[in-house]
Write a new protein. Sequence first.
Length: 198
Amino acid sequence: MRTHVGGKKNVTIDLHEIDLLHVEEEIFGEYLLDVRKFSSDVNQDVASVYRDKYKASSEQGLLVKDVLSEGIKIGDDYWYLPGGHWIPAGCTPRWKVAIIIPFRNRFTQLPIFLRHLVPFLKKQYLEFGIFFAEQANELEFNRAMLMNVGYLETLNFTQWDCYIFHDVDHIPLSYGNYYGCSCMPKHFISGDDIWDYK
């Protein structure tokens, strides 16, 4: 993966030096143990909701959002809900954005992606959720199907204002690249660094 580091172009980052635990520590800081306990407790609730949802009739079934009504405050600026859902604490966000990432076997790029995207979205004061749709077989990678599945799964959490389909091997380089919603579909990447942005 290439990115701008210290103002230099095309600096290659050694992907093997960063793992998800370090990224988790970096993102949550002093709140890490609280977030882990909270996520563990809520994950049990979510599993029970999914079990009940398929046992009960459709009008009695619960959505995952019913057990995700409370979060944990991270610093003074954001509430975190398990599953990668972030809500600004000091303002009412204009947009609720779902980020959907088709994924398979990119575990070395995943930590770098999260390490950059979470702070990037927090600086834009968006309410956002990050969803990975993982293909867990060796068939040809079906990116379109994963985007569709990811979209359907986001509906179990809350109603989103817009959806962004993102690749795990691309990170935004400019804060001017606003991830809020607009009245029309838009393509965020106008050029890639490996083609000199052309």
